[in-house]
Design a protein around this ligand. Structure first.
Ligand SMILES: Nc1ncnc2c1ncn2[C@@H]1O[C@H](COP(=O)(O)OP(=O)(O)OP(=O)(O)O)[C@@H](O)[C@H]1O
Ligand SMILES: [Mg+2]
Length: 419
């Protein structure tokens, strides 16, 4: 009989909370059985600024998902965002403990732990320690250290840290909404799990998730993340540029962006005009649609330039054969892929959640990338503790990249002690 594990992803976005309920079988295949969404007003640039409003949104989105799924759940994998997240790479080294020199799960855990001994300021907390590759007695590039024989075990890890208070506020909101937290996951890492193939992650790829208040940038290579940054800009900034440029309200600016927005002025015929309602007034002015693109284009290109700067910082600029994958609600803006191609000298594609069964059509848009990625993350959690290579069966899209989730949920354990 197939055993199924139920996992709930809760993406706490700046514009919406998205809750996705999935069921995973032992091969890592995931069926989506419920989806709920609710607008949020309690976050700014990915960070909770109003607990009460955020709790209300979580409750609404969770109830909607429970109704659709016809099941109740009591724990979730929740996303983390905000420019306070940052990453660094670290190394750990230990002597293998057994007399037989066979590397066991405890050795793997110990060496990963040793790599955590980086200096983290007291107001920051380690969110993820992701083992990238092991070295056994000088032999590097080892993906599966467990079971090998050696005396000296080394690991290279990717460490993501965030501001303690911001992380605590996310956990607090989820708890107040009545749910336990299985894990907290950087939004970009989750989105990557939803929209990237394991091949892309192996070759080297930059994932860009343009949300409402933030843009997540994660560089992946050799199967796992190696650089993560959260830019404090997103689709909301495009909207406010339009509001300022056309002297209209944010609501009107958002509508104009959704209906007529484009990043490339040169593809809009000069005679096309749009109607814009001025602030506080009845007056409607007609402006060329090109105007709108002339406002949008520079901002979107700026976001991609900032993202490319992060790729440069990672040391992988020009070294990402799988190019760039853009997702998040902001990626729906017409011309976004062209804008990215103009900034990155590489191939660019739109990233949509892929490889899910069940009600997958309900989560096929780019704004669901994080939420469904959280489900995949949760499905892999604890699947093969100790080695960071979970369910490496290669089935389906995005599988076989399980070493992303070997955070051992230590953050969660640590945070549980707090509340
Ligand atoms: N068709 C569209 N054209 C242009 N922009 C769009 C479209 N649909 C959504 N957006 C923009 O996408 C953004 C919302 O994306 P998303 O739902 O991914 O954000 P979020 O996850 O709530 O925010 P964040 O990730 O920053 O916390 C908004 O700025 C919205 O204007
Ligand atoms: Mg988002």
């Amino acid at each position: 009989m197939t055993r199924r594990k139920r996992v709930v992803g809760l993406d706490l976005g700046t514009s919406k909370v998205a809750t996705v309920v999935g069921e995973a079988d032992e091969f890592g295949n995931i069926n989506i059985i419920g989806v709920g969404e609710a607008p949020t007003e309690g976050l700014r640039r990915g960070v909770v600024v109003n607990i009460e409003k955020t709790v209300g949104s979580i409750t609404a989105a969770a109830q909607a998902a429970e109704r659709m799924a016809g099941v109740r759940f009591d724990s979730v994998v929740v996303s983390l965002a905000g420019p306070h997240l940052s990453s660094q790479n670290s190394r750990g080294v230990i002597a293998v403990s057994r007399d037989s020199h066979e590397i066991g799960p405890d050795d793997v855990e110990r060496v990963v732990d040793a790599s955590r001994a980086v200096s983290v300021p007291s107001d920051r907390e380690v969110v993820h320690v992701i083992p990238r590759t092991f070295t056994v007695d000088g032999q590097d590039g080892v993906k599966e250290a467990m079971g090998m024989t050696g005396t000296r075990l080394e690991v290279e890890t990717h460490i993501v840290t965030g501001a303690q208070t911001s992380i605590q506020n996310v956990i607090k909101c989820v708890h107040q909404a009545g749910f336990d937290v299985d894990d907290v996951v950087g939004q970009g890492l989750a989105s990557g799990l939803a929209v990237l193939s394991s091949n892309e992650m192996e070759l080297g790829v930059c994932l860009i998730d343009i949300g409402a208040g933030t843009t997540d940038v994660v560089v992946f290579s050799e199967g796992s993340g190696l650089h993560l940054a959260v830019l404090a800009v997103g689709g909301n900034h495009v909207t406010s540029d339009i509001a300022i440029g056309l002297r209209t309200t944010l609501t009107e600016a958002e509508t104009l962006k959704l209906n007529y927005g484009h990043t490339l002025a040169e593809v809009i015929p000069g005679e096309e005009r749009i109607e814009v309602r001025e602030v506080g007034g009845e007056r409607v002015q007609e402006v060329p649609r090109r105007f709108l693109a002339e406002i949008i284009g520079p901002r979107v290109r700026e976001i991609f330039q900032m993202a490319r700067e992060e790729v440069r910082k990672s040391g992988y600029d020009g070294l990402l054969p799988a190019g760039v994958v853009v997702t998040g609600g902001g990626a729906r803006l017409l011309g976004t892929i062209d804008a990215a191609q103009g900034v990155f000298d590489s191939s660019v594609r739109l990233g949509l959640p892929a490889g899910f069964g069940g009600l997958s059509d309900r989560v096929s848009g780019p704004s669901f990338a994080t939420a469904v990625g959280l489900v995949r993350w949760g499905a892999q959690l604890g699947a093969a503790p100790g080695n960071g290579r979970h369910n490496g069966n290669g089935h389906g899209h995005g599988n076989g990249n399980g070493n992303l989730t070997t955070a051992y949920s230590k953050t969660v354990r640590w945070l549980r002690d707090f509340f």
